[in-house]
Design a protein around this ligand. Sequence first.
Ligand code: NAP
Length: 497
Amino acid sequence: MSPLRRHPVTLIPGDGVGPEVALATKRILDAAGARVDVAFDWEEAAAGASVFLKGDSSGVPQETRASIERTRVALKGPLETPVGFGEKSANVTLRKLFETYANIRPVRELPGIPTRYKGEGIDMVVVRENVEDLYAGIEHLQTHDVAQALKLITRKGSEKIIRFAYELALREGRKKVTTASKANILKFTEGMFKRIGEELAPEYAPIEANHLIIDNVAHQMVKDPAQFDVIVATNLHGDIISDLASGLVGGLGFASSANYGDGVAIFEAVHGSAPKYAGKNVINPTALILSATMMLRHLGEHDLADDVEDAVLATLEAGKALPQDVVRQQGGDVEAATSTSGFADAVIESLGTRPTGVPSAASRPRVKAITPHKRWVDGEARLAEVGPARVVGLDYFMETLLSPAEAGTKLAALAGPRLELRMLSARGVVVWPKAAPAFDHPGFFRARYVARDPNDDLPDSELLALIERVAHLAPWGHLEKLRVWVDTEGFTRAQGE
Ligand code: NAP
């Protein structure tokens, strides 16, 4: 007899320990599904190291992309990323290809896992923006020895992820959303994220909203983690605090995650390929198994998700099958630890058992579909709303070994009739006309030219002529127009400007 329901799923075993944890998870899902007449049509697909080795620099071959386009759901093992040079991360490529803008990492206290926070009731979700920020990976060497990365944050991206966080809170019956940012220093990028959080909060009024500076989030998380419910952050900050949060409840062996886009969802463990354990059948597969329970809920298989999650909780609670990382944390004999495949066997045997010392997954509120939400104002409509920008100057970033005083005098003389040199800065600190109290020459300055008449609107021809004049003195690394809108000055001031 054919099963009641079938779900096509792209399965990417991945690199290092990936194939071991993927196999363990697949076996559990097949066994759990068989008990309730649900089957999975696994489409096995490649990504990561093996693909780079074949010369595909994206790390994600066409067949894998096509499979995910078909199934719209992927369960993924970790993918190795070359560090510091060469190819882009295949993980990041996958996120961007399918615009999986929301990375969700639930963090809950687990039974039988010894931690410093045992009994405090940690139960939070970190919602991380997943496609913007420094992960856009737009980097340039401005000189041979000066590196720069662009931190790109958009209003649309921020609104999408913050709404996602609030809607997740509503669906899961959660009470509070904390927006975390570094708005105190990064006024435009992180500042926009914070402001949008504040704009949207009233729409979700029953949910308590607050904002914390990200470094304080790290501090508070270590001091009193149970105060957090849902935390939403930009990409890099979300990455770091979600790993910190995982460490509170037992470490990477237990940290699950989901990447949601508008049409595609990719489920994966937070951990990487842990190469030193690859092929040894010793790694803890719980993180991917719990990620798979998020996948089951995404597929509408809530009872099945509860069954699998409860079987994991019951297995850990019974304490008879403990993976190596847990045994090590307990100070036990790692030789006696349960293998990866042995842990999967134990979970399969526990299917149908509910934990007794912690709440059963089945007792949590049912996760409903995301509610449709008001869309951001986009395209032409937004342009009409914010109005045109006036160009009031130019930041000219240059490689030079001239002293600030010498460069300042020469660059000021090149300004022309409509512009003046307002300042030179090095790494954001004014070095001319005022001298910085302590100055360590980086070989790279910014010259800020501004219109003499503050109501001027400089045409490109004026700026191009300036660039031409200055380039004879010092070649430009990059250039930024200084713009103002009716309500906004589109550039920050340097320290001391
Ligand atoms: P990692 O693979 O996560 O491993 C770091 C350490 O975390 C391991 O040595 C181990 O600690 C612990 N660990 C990881 N997974 C575990 C598990 N399932 N059970 C128990 N302990 C676990 O991080 P990495 O060594 O920095 O990265 C290796 C490669 O993975 C890199 O190429 C990186 O780019 C890639 N990566 C991929 C992803 C992804 O695909 N999403 C995520 C992160 C990293 P002990 O040594 O203390 O036992």
